[in-house]
Ligand binder design. Structure first.
Ligand code: C2E
Ligand code: CA
Ligand code: CA
Ligand code: CA
Length: 279
């Protein structure tokens, strides 16, 4: 609709106009969300299927938007990355996760670990190790109970600097996990150079593990690889008993997924899982 000149907005179809206004509004809201304390962490248990013990949790961010309700990461993390806000948000996530874990430790659950997802921008930030060191000092969480989940694609780029960063992080005493393992476009060579602790098998392999022999084979290979490199291995997105049985039969005892629990609020995690399982 170009006929009415003089107003550049009429160059756009209402549809596109709405959408861009909407994302502009969302961006505007996102800038205020930290100050207004609208973010919240949900926690999804990691479970040993042999013993039924909860070994730790993954912290997953949600945005409690004043008008739109609870938003999933897919609805705002991309925008946070575009705007650079991910650095401040990501730092808040690490701090919040450590504070919460410190509380649970103080309540007696001293074995629990927390893992936190890291965006590429955060990982590439020059002073990330320093920021984390500071958070560990402030929250007094023993560093071995904090794990960072990095994706493979983040790890394969500029290997020298990447290696240096990972070594700095490891020197703090924290743990490193490779998230969505098997989905990246990397050769496996980095595994012998980078001091990582855990491989997390991607949900896409787990989904049809009992019906798709390729995904079953890939999963087995990852489990075997982890064993031979002396790494921990965990499966994500586990939803069914059949998947649990397959995984434990092939030596992967750690799982995370709806089969055991969806991500839940801290209070629910305490009430539903910790208080019921203590000693
Ligand atoms: P991810 O790190 O791969 O996290 C796993 C996602 O799978 C989570 O979605 C979780 O709720 C979901 N999930 C877990 N078990 C199951 C299951 O059995 N079935 C199904 N269908 N889904 C399951 P969520 O919370 O929406 O997070 C999506 C992604 O957003 C995460 O994927 C992660 O990449 C990113 N993300 C979440 N929190 C943060 C954060 O604090 N910082 C950054 N940078 N990214 C985050
Ligand atoms: Ca993750
Ligand atoms: Ca993942
Ligand atoms: Ca995944």
């Amino acid at each position: 609709a170009k006929e009415q000149t003089g107003n550049k907005y009429q160059l756009y179809s209402p549809d596109i106009e709405d959408r861009s206004l909407e994302s502009l509004q969302l961006e505007n809201d996102l800038f205020k969300a930290l100050d207004q304390e609208e973010f919240v962490l949900y926690y999804q248990p990691k479970v040993n299927t042999q013993t039924n013990d909860i070994t730790g949790v993954e912290a997953l961010i949600r945005w409690n938007h004043p008008k739109r309700g609870l938003l999933a990461p897919s609805e705002f993390i991309p925008l946070a990355e575009e705007t650079g806000l991910i650095l401040a948000i990501g730092e808040w996530v690490i701090k919040q996760a450590c504070l919460q874990m410190r509380k649970w430790h103080d309540q007696g659950y001293t074995w629990l670990e927390v893992s936190v997802n890291l965006s590429p921008q955060q990982f590439n930030e020059e002073n990330l190790p320093y920021k984390i060191e500071k958070i560990i000092a402030e929250t007094e969480l023993p560093p071995q109970f904090l794990e960072l989940e990095l994706t493979e694609n983040l790890i394969i780029h500029n290997t020298d600097k990447t290696l240096a960063t990972i070594q700095q992080l490891k020197r703090l005493g924290i743990k490193i996990s490779i998230d969505d393992f098997g989905t990246g476009y990397s050769s496996l060579g980095y595994l012998k150079d980078f001091p990582v602790d855990t491989l997390k098998i991607d949900k896409s392999f787990i989904d049809d593990i009992t019906t798709n022999s390729n995904n079953a084979a890939i999963t087995n290979t990852i489990i075997t690889l982890a064993k031979s490199l002396n790494l921990h291995v965990i499966a994500e997105g586990v939803e069914t008993k059949d998947q649990v049985d397959f995984l434990s039969k092939h030596g992967c005892l750690l799982i995370q997924g709806y089969f055991f629990s969806k991500p839940v609020k801290a209070s629910q995690f305490l009430n539903q899982y910790l208080l019921l399982t203590k000693n």
